[in-house]
Ligand binder design. Structure first.
Ligand code: ATP
Ligand code: MN
Length: 480
């Protein structure tokens, strides 16, 4: 057996001392030719491996460099030094993989996030990204736990979709046709997709919702958790071209049930991370605090990361309608003093992220659920309200992030749905399969989509979405 090691996290958190074991991991630092800080990714804390001055020959000792992979065997003893409970007194050291100290890009010092993004393949080996991606893992696990406990079915919706009804302009096309202009054409000059791999035009999915609805009207409660793709050219700190989305869809839920589910869900998963990732969140909170110190006092956030997460878990989200929000914004000093880039003057305009952030960060100072938006600025499948002007939509806005959830009660009435499709230029014949659910045993139902990376941003206190997905894809960038 090769892998007979003990994970460093288990050694540092366990109560046992005075036994022999082996650790394997990567060297973070090597001090005084005696103390090797070794990390194996199970925790941000390193184990201190102590080597007697005569244990290694010179040549081997020189190979203990930052980044090298080593195997250390010895006795776990109570630590004599400060900062750790136990250390490993080595009886043998084996170099598993050398790392040329001159060339290894990660030095034991602080690197900028921009620099680390360029070496995303190595950034896992830093404390910051170690913490981020362990938290990301926990959140993903908690999502399955939450829905499984509630009896939801985890549904895998297709990644390649044939329906281009939703979000047409921002889809990535999937094709095996030649791109050099020689693809077969129709009489009118358009591409003949009958010749394409699937015999029709196909794209990468922008959302699993429509397929999710089909399953919800059989299983009652389903959720999806998978990759989604948007070719929107938004080079922002909140948008990726490839991101992960969680989309529950529930039969017999109305808009209020939908809000209750979303709020309970968000609190549950944040709490899960608070309980299971204490050290990582404490580390990220510290990181954020140092970053905040660089800002002018007025721009610093009032709460630290830990406080902010506790606050979200323990307080109700503010719920109000779009119309109420517009009134607050219109009458705000911010609007009167023309501090918004887009001034609010009339009902019906879409909210920009500056408005969302004003509501969440300045006005309510807590997460906000906005409901009942004008139908013109929302999707065709959202249920038309009695007023004929608004739809049963809900967006959840989070401090520092803006929109984190978008959802709605769905239009379950066949006639209304077809009318809305026509109004919004969605050809009903393309979504005939979807309309079948309204033809055969339709029912009240609702669902939402939560952008996983936006949630990870919130929980880790990071500010750029490119830092919370291992290998970010965004305009002009698909490295690794
Ligand atoms: P936004 O206004 O922020 O672009 P949206 O209205 O396009 O969001 P939806 O279509 O409702 O978003 O998608 C559901 C959720 O998916 C959003 O609430 C958000 O959390 C997330 N999301 C949307 N687009 C992206 C993206 N490009 N990158 C990462 N997450 C995204
Ligand atoms: Mn968008």
């Amino acid at each position: 057996m090769y892998n007979n090691r003990t994970k460093i996290n288990a050694l540092l958190t366990g109560d046992n001392i005075d036994f022999e074991t082996t650790v394997m991991g990567w060297v973070r630092t090597f001090r005084n030719n005696q103390f090797i800080a070794v990390n194996d990714g199970s925790t941000n804390n390193n184990i201190q491996v102590v080597i007697a001055l005569d244990l290694l020959d010179d040549a081997t000792q020189k190979r203990i460099t930052t980044g090298a992979c080593i195997k250390a065997t010895g006795q776990i003893i109570a630590s004599l030094g400060k900062g750790q409970k136990v250390e490993l007194k080595a009886t043998s050291i084996e170099i598993l993989g050398d790392s040329d100290a001159e060339k290894f890009p990660l030095q034991p010092k602080k690197h900028s996030l921009e620099f680390l993004r360029e070496i995303a393949h190595l950034r896992f080996r830093t404390n910051t990204f170690g913490a981020i991606f362990r938290v990301r893992h926990s959140l993903a696990f908690a999502i399955h736990q939450f829905f499984n406990d509630k009896g939801f079915v985890y549904l895998h919706t297709p990644i390649i979709t044939g329906s281009d009804a939703e979000g047409a302009g921002e889809m990535f096309r999937v094709t095996t046709l030649p791109i050099d202009g020689t693809a077969a054409k129709n009489d009118d000059g358009s591409i003949n997709f009958k010749e394409d791999f699937f015999g029709k035009s196909t794209n990468l999915t922008v959302s699993g919702q429509l397929e999710g609805e089909l399953a919800a009207l059989a299983f009652s409660d389903i959720y999806t958790f998978g990759p989604t793709f948007r070719a929107e050219n938004s080079n922002t700190a909140r948008h990726l071209a490839e991101f992960w989305m969680i989309e529950p869809e529930v039969a017999f839920n109305d808009l209020e049930d939908n809000m209750n589910l979303a709020e309970e869900f968000i609190k549950y998963i944040i709490n899960y991370a608070l309980v299971h990732n204490k050290e990582d969140i404490a580390f990220l909170a510290q990181r954020l605090e140092e970053e905040e110190k660089q800002k002018p006092v007025a721009d610093r956030s009032e709460m630290g990361l830990q406080q902010k997460l506790d606050f979200v878990v323990n307080n109700n989200f503010e719920r109000l309608t779009y119309t109420e929000a517009i009134n607050i914004l219109k009458n705000s000093n911010h609007n009167k003093k023309k501090k918004f880039q887009y001034l609010i003057d009339e009902w019906g305009t879409d909210l920009q992220s500056e408005h969302e952030r004003y509501l969440v960060e300045k006005h309510f100072k807590k997460p906000v659920i906005l409901t009942d938006y004008p139908k013109e600025i929302k999707s065709f499948y959202m249920r038309l309200n009695e007023d004929g002007k608004t739809v049963a939509a809900m967006d959840i806005l989070a401090p520092g992030i803006g929109e984190i959830v978008g959802g709605s009660q769905r239009e379950e009435r066949y006639e209304n749905l077809v009318a809305r499709m026509k109004e919004m230029n969605v050809p009903p014949e393309e979504l005939d399969f979807y309309l079948d659910t309204r033809r055969f045993g339709s029912c009240v139902h609702a669902g939402f989509g939560l952008g996983f990376e936006r949630l990870v941003l919130f929980v880790t206190g990071m500010t750029n979405i490119r830092d919370v997905i291992p290998f970010p894809r965004y305009p002009k960038s698909a490295a690794f």
